[in-house]
Ligand binder design. Sequence first.
Ligand code: PXG
Ligand code: PLP
Length: 435
Amino acid sequence: MNKDLDAYWMPFTANRQFKKSPRLLAKSSGMHYWDDKGREILDGVAGLWCVNAGHARPKIVKAIQEQAAEMDFAPPFQMAHPKAFELADAVAKISPAGMGKVFFTNSGSEAVETALKMAIAYHRVRGEASRTRLIGRERGYHGVNFGGISVGGMVANRKMFGTMLGGVDHIRHTLDIGRNAFTVGQPEHGAELADDLERLVALHDASTIAAVIVEPISGSAGVLLPPKGYLQRLRQICDKHGILLIFDEVITGFGRTGAPFAADTFGVTPDLITCAKGLTNGCVPMGAVIAKDSLYDAFMNGPEHLIEFFHGYTYSAHPLACAAGLATLETYADEGLLTRAAQLQGYFAEAVHSLKGEPNVIDIRNFGLVGGIELAPIAGEPTKRAFNVFLDCYEKGLLIRTTGDIVAMSPPLIIERQQIDQMVDTIRGAIRRAA
Ligand code: PXG
Ligand code: PLP
């Protein structure tokens, strides 16, 4: 083994396999990476669902460089810097109506912890301190911190880590290949799965439940889509019982579904949105919670000299991240990227669904510029077939993502049609070779 690779304990990686044959990226621009040997690789996943405007965009690069030279760090507690307010304002402007307050974190995982704490504290400041229970969903991904894995529903991310948070329960996931396989866009069947929340209300009583957190579209669990009417029904049930609805838009935020947020696309407004990734185009780590004005207002009580919400990170609203975020939102606006997925989704859907009939393809799911291809596992060796497809694609110059036996695509929103073709053709070849 290469000694130079020894020290780095890699996240969510098969360390030994990787260190035997490392895949090292050295450079990026536009739709592409180049590896350490100068080989060009088409980016089929926007880095890791985050580089929505494509790589090395000049405005963003310049903003980060200038900010680093001007002011490196500003303490975020009882102090601030102008760009924090500018970015919060810019995010609020593209957020759903009535969601005008923005709390900064450094990642999606931290945004999730922040939103869960806000939800519980919100009920308490309103005098309903019994509402402490958090409801997640099976197969949900909400980052890797203890709150996030507690409400999350991916067994591999949970089983190693003990009992996690107490007082958490889960509604069922929405994947139903039996009824919805190969549906283009939103599935027809399954809106009634939202009624699972009524079951948990009957079990625990609404007076104990603070919030429900779901991804409008699950990304990490393998592109699971909301059936038609499902999110609307979830919103209705939450309203009926005074439960906050949190949309985790870490992946769906910033244009992935054809609008700034999936809340816009699906016409359902949550009480809190968590986001990250595309907020800074992946260039500097940053996440955020976007809150309803009314939720923020509930905290603005008591003596004015007292801190209202005992929560924050050393690097909340970091100057470099704020500079990157402002330049990112400008780039999205200049190039119409927050709605570009809506124009391309028809072409993308047709290309992705052309893989129907290839060996071992058991379902294809798509929405906006997200695609998922579910493969039948190799008997006795789950995840291996998709991982082989991933390795094969990488060898052929395409970066994709796999989870379980599902291949996920989420290209930068600047992708051109011929690059969609290249992506799908490369995956087609790899799926055939993995048969
Ligand atoms: N919520 C959702 C919905 C996410 O997709 C997070 C929270 C956590 O964000 P951070 O920035 O803490 O990673 C995510 C992140 C994958 C994959 O396998 C997806 C994510 C992270 C790592 C891997 O597709 N999404
Ligand atoms: N651990 C210790 C000992 C600390 O002093 C701090 C922050 O001051 C933290 C953890 C949290 O770090 P961060 O604010 O970067 O999340």
